[in-house]
Design a protein around this ligand. Structure first.
Ligand code: AMP
Ligand code: MG
Length: 459
């Protein structure tokens, strides 16, 4: 009977971490938990000023709502007799104790320190308050060591919060910045990573948008709108297919045909679309070239018509379009900062520093470039290639010669839209020239670089 009562008392006095956090952060704030570290100089300062020794690393939970700190909480353990008492101290944003709650007490005597009538004596205490037994708080008889341990811990929490957060507002501000949501999925034949300062629902919408692009313009599936166009030769196109075709034509015009969405027969001939990779004969190339040429595509309103033998390859622009749509979806969902990263095409909402890979070493960064509400795309000879008689043949083809481009390792280009930067990177790979006003980087297969704009300044 006595034992049962004691257990009952314990059950009501002890709290779980979640219960305590609900008590401290009761207005729907997010509890952001991170480890803060204090270097030796900081620890010395805290000790001199507040008389508390503090650990080099300490987990802190910061309540955040609407970009503001709503309070702090720290879980600390202090030795009572030989075993620790573990408790949580909740503080207001100005560093006063809101509440102390005991989470666990390992020693079997002294558990009465968990009683409210003891703990509430700390409410309202602030850094610098002397917490002296008898003068500032009374202990519960039979629990002196535990009560004093708690007082010691409270003093320590007050000191750390004052020193690390209240005296250094930047440290508090770092907690109020949203933790981004990051998701990686396999789409359009590669992995795409979306990092967004927003909720998961927004990221889901970004991936839905990418899937919609794929459903419209994929040349790998037979249920896409593009597959229907290839079958029927003339169709009333939906907005996604139409925008892909119109955008491609504009970029062909702009790049003098270096980017040409009708290279499909050549891509197939050289075996870059799943076929046998081989060097075709001159005659074969000549025959395929007759079916290539963007001017053969007819667009009339929403009707697209392809002459017999002409086929479209979205490979050089599709991922660019996809990152554009994903970014649009994120913006529509209210996201103010995000990165959609397909590897070869990246779209930034807000400012991001993006790494450009070394074309000669996978996993190595050649340089970084900062983009803001822009996109950057890279075409590389390393993406797809084959070797024959010691010669390397890459997947980017010159629509004029019908042969793989030689001498270029990679090209990166910055542009407002992903469709633009993706198509431009491919086009510059073919033309090997960076037009005026285009910010790009061209690396030859001997490692020589030509750079304009931000790429020139990048290291
Ligand atoms: P990217 O990696 O963006 O340069 O795209 C390369 C892919 O686009 C190739 O794998 C081909 O499917 C296709 N392609 C190759 N050469 C061209 C070209 N000159 N214009 C348009 N698409 C091309
Ligand atoms: Mg491209």
């Amino acid at each position: 009977m006595i034992i049962a009562l004691a257990l009952l008392a314990q059950a009501t006095d002890f709290m779980t971490k979640d219960e305590a956090l609900k008590l401290f952060f009761k207005n729907g704030e997010r509890a952001v938990e991170r480890c803060v570290t204090l270097d030796d100089a900081d620890r010395k300062k805290v000790e001199e000023k507040y008389g508390s020794t503090v650990p080099a690393a300490q987990d802190v939970i910061v309540g955040v709502k609407d970009g503001k700190v709503t309070g702090y909480a720290m879980i600390v353990s202090e030795i009572t007799k030989t075993l620790p008492v573990t408790f949580i101290v909740g503080l207001s944003p100005d560093g006063r104790v809101l509440e102390v709650a005991v989470l666990r007490h390992d020693e079997h005597i002294g558990t009465d320190c968990a009683k409210r009538r003891f703990l509430r004596q700390f409410d309202g205490k602030q850094p610098g308050d002397r917490l002296k037994m008898g003068a500032n708080y009374d202990v519960v008889s039979g629990a002196t060591l535990s009560c004093n341990a708690i007082a010691r811990g409270v003093r320590r929490v007050l000191a750390v919060v004052q020193h690390h957060f209240l005296d250094r507002p930047a440290n508090a501000a770092a907690f109020t910045q949203d933790e981004p949501v990051r998701q990686q999925r396999y789409v359009m034949g590669t992995t795409c990573t979306v990092t967004a300062h927003g909720d998961t629902a927004a990221v889901d919408k970004a991936f839905d948008a990418i899937k919609a692009v794929d459903a419209a313009i994929s040349n790998w599936r037979d249920d896409s709108d593009l597959a229907k166009l290839h079958r029927d030769r003339s169709i009333d196109a939906g907005p996604e297919l139409l925008s892909f075709v119109r955008g491609s034509l504009a970029l062909s015009e702009r790049t003098d045909g270096a980017f040409d969405v009708t290279v499909a027969p050549l891509v197939e001939l050289w075996g870059f679309k799943g076929g046998e990779r081989r060097v075709p004969s001159r005659e074969e190339i000549g025959a395929a070239l007759k079916r290539v040429g963007w001017r053969q595509i007819r667009v009339n309103g929403s009707r697209i018509t392809l002459p017999e033998g002409v086929a479209l390859d979205p490979g050089a622009i599709g991922k660019g379009i996809a990152v554009d749509r994903a970014a649009d979806a994120l913006r529509k969902a209210g996201v103010k900062r995000a990165l959609v990263d397909f590897g070869s095409s990246v779209a930034a909402i807000g400012e991001w520093t993006v790494a450009i890979r070394d074309p000669f070493a996978e996993g190595k960064v050649l340089l970084t470039v900062t983009i803001r509400d822009e996109t950057v795309s890279t075409s590389g000879s390393y993406e797809k290639f084959f070797e024959d008689s010691g010669k390397r043949y890459t997947h980017i083809l010159d629509p004029r010669t019908g042969r793989p481009v030689e001498g270029v390792a990679s090209v990166s280009a910055i542009a407002a839209s992903g469709a633009e930067s993706d198509a431009l990177a491919t086009a510059l790979f073919v033309s090997k020239k960076i037009p005026e006003q285009v910010e790009a980087l061209l690396v030859t297969d001997r490692g020589e670089r030509t750079a304009t704009g931000r790429f020139e300044k990048s290291k």
